[in-house]
Design a protein around this ligand. Structure first.
Ligand code: MSP
Length: 593
């Protein structure tokens, strides 16, 4: 019935024809309810962040990686089904030349440096509400067991041989580089020194007898995997880049270093003179967490989604799947890649002194505020620039004014004196648009609002699937604006509860706005968990009514009972999000030219 009526509406408004037609696809309206609770989802899902180097304190880029994974995982949990299990791991990458050198420079034993910085990451993630189920440190005994076992499997399958490796090594990036990826950089006193073309970090010439992995054997299997799984690497341009890399020659890879040179790592089983290459060590963390080498790991692998930054794509999209295939295992299901945060147009670096401390930001902008900012502004395909004014502007306009203002307008005592979810009147707002009659008050724009909010959960879910959380938030924000427009249009403050003509429409306007807010609160849970909790609690939505499977928007419009109608709102707990003061001293100012 609704579909027919919407088509009738389309006949009147040519401009909005296409978007409405898409919104009202029959899939979502078979029952008149919208639900993106997902019974078809695999029962298990395992999300991972990269494990973070402990050579320096965490910065906002690290937090961003963890937040993306957190939001994806929280959204997955919200989606259900209730029997689904999720696992979410993060941790610290503590071995290798980079850490060995950083500890020496700091005058600390490597274990001391690792303990100190790993603790900083753990504290940051706890403060930022990262809902990880596991935190791994590569210096743990369980990890050494997993790495050495994995090594043994590769060895037993004939994939490791001894040979001489000669070439450039970049300790900062912990990677080997071909001649073509190295350039000379002028030094301060006129001399020059070799650096990596990609990262600009210094490189040094190495010649050693090492264990070598037969990576070249995996070029075709990797191409087959990627061509057969077009969604393996998201966003698509990164998938494309990896296929391009695979068009070129794929040389074998040195996977150990002489222990006399690199002692801070896991020894090669049966050959203490060699230490396992830190990237092989680090990548296996994803297996250690799920219990490898015990068989229990098989219930989580390969239902895995790795969230990584673009700088470590080659390690995750070429080396790691090749190691896994070599060990007789499947590559991960999905690799989500994000770009980087710059600060006032420059790369963040200790030497430039422009590193933005995430804990200061969480304090200054609140946990939910800063989570919202990073996820709303961060676009995986491109680098994003950070400066403080941008944070204040965004949070004031979208969280304090638009969302907070909307909640306030619908719950304030002066407009909603009974502090309840008022009744929806089907005569004032019939499900059949275009009807005319003395009590019909809804207008074409109101049907457009209902359509937009009804399809929002599905749109948001699609954006999450495509790793476009910023688009999911943009869509929510646009619906918040539309709902404010709806309230503004009908000005409930001008209607009178005492008037038998006004009262049913006044209740309906508030009911619709509260239903929209309930959808926004539910959908914001993965990004701003405390703010969403505050919002939903104010609306009187109980904990068991907050999953996507339970999200039946505006049921009375579709002829179904509404469990919220007549329910008392939750207690008033003050502003949803406080406006931020622009006059404060900024951490980082935008450059003005
Ligand atoms: N230890 C390796 C990962 C091993 S995973 C098996 C590593 N560590 S890292 O600390 O250098 O980087 C961790 C993550 O932070 C990476 O995904 C990286 O892309 C991300 N970021 C580092 N700087 C960043 C920005 N400026 N902006 C966004 N993310 C950034 O690589």
């Amino acid at each position: 019935m609704l579909r027919t009526s919407v088509l009738r509406l389309l006949g009147r408004t040519g401009a909005s024809r296409l978007s409405l037609l898409e919104d009202f696809g029959p899939r979502y309206y078979s029952s008149g309810f919208l639900s993106v609770g997902d019974d078809a989802c695999d029962a298990r899902a395992y999300f991972t962040t990269p494990i973070f180097y402990v050579n320096a304190a965490p910065h906002i880029g690290h937090l961003y990686s963890a937040l993306l994974a957190d939001a994806l995982c929280r959204h997955r949990r919200l989606r259900g089904p209730s029997t689904a299990a999720t696992r979410f791991s993060t941790g610290t990458d503590e071995h290798g030349l980079k850490i060995q050198q950083a500890a020496a420079t700091a005058g600390l034993a490597p274990t001391e440096l690792c303990d100190q910085v790993s603790e900083q990451f753990q504290q940051l993630f706890q403060e930022a509400g990262i809902s990880c189920t596991d935190f791994i440190r590569t210096t743990e005994a369980r990890h050494r067991v997993a790495v050495q076992h994995f090594w043994g499997v590769l060895k037993s399958r004939g994939l490791l041989y001894k040979g001489v490796y000669e070439g450039w090594y970049c300790a900062s990036d912990e990677c080997f580089l071909p001649e073509a990826k190295v350039t000379q950089q002028p030094g301060p006193s006129g001399d020059s020194f070799p650096v990596s073309l990609e990262s600009g970090h210094p490189v040094s010439w190495t010649k050693e007898e090492n264990y070598i992995f037969r990576l070249s054997q995996f070029r075709e299997p990797l191409q087959r995997w990627l061509r057969g799984n077009p969604q393996a690497i998201t966003p698509e341009p990164f998938h494309h880049v990896v296929l391009q890399w695979l068009d070129e020659e794929l040389p074998d890879l040195s996977v150990s270093r002489r222990s006399s040179h690199l002692h801070w790592g896991i020894p090669v089983p049966g050959d203490d003179s060699q230490t396992i290459y830190v990237w092989l060590d680090a990548l296996v963390n994803y297996l250690t967490v799920i219990g490898y080498p015990n068989a229990e790991f098989k219930s989580w692998w390969p239902a895995t989604s790795h969230i990584i930054g673009k700088d470590i794509l080659k390690f995750h999209a070429i080396y790691w799947p090749a190691f896994l295939l070599g060990a007789g295992m499947s590559p991960p299901q999905r690799i989500y890649v994000h770009s980087h945060w710059t600060v006032c147009g420059q790369k963040m670096s200790k030497s430039l002194g422009n590193v933005v401390d995430p804990r200061t930001c969480l304090n200054r902008y609140t946990v939910d505020g800063f989570r919202y900012f990073l996820l709303r502004q961060g676009v995986p395909n491109w680098d994003c620039d950070y400066y403080d004014e941008k944070v204040v502007k965004l949070l004031n306009s979208e969280l304090a004014d638009a969302l907070g203002g909307l909640l306030n307008r619908c719950t304030a005592k002066r407009i909603n004196p009974s502090e309840t979810y008022p009744a929806f009147c089907t005569t004032c707002f019939p499900s059949e648009p275009g009807l005319v009659g003395p009590s019909v008050r809804a207008q074409a724009e109101d049907y457009a609002l209902v359509s937009a909010v009804a399809t929002l959960p599905k749109q948001v879910a699609d954006h999450y699937d495509n790793f476009q959380i910023y688009k999911a938030l943009e869509a929510v924000s646009s619906c918040v604006r539309q709902t404010n427009g709806f309230v503004q249009r009908h000005a409930p403050w001008k209607l009178n509860w005492e008037s038998p003509v006004d009262a049913p429409w006044l209740g309906t306007v508030l009911h619709v706005a509260l239903e929209c807010l309930r959808v926004f609160g539910t959908l914001l849970q993965p990004v701003t968990p405390s703010l969403a909790d505050k919002l939903l609690s104010r609306l009187g939505v109980s904990a068991s009514e907050r999953s996507l499977g339970e999200l039946y928007f505006l049921p009375r419009f579709y002829g179904h009972p509404c469990p919220f109608e007549g329910r008392r709102l939750g207690p008033e707990t003050g502003l949803l999000f406080p406006r931020l003061d622009r006059s404060r001293t900024w951490l980082v100012k935008a450059h003005r030219t």
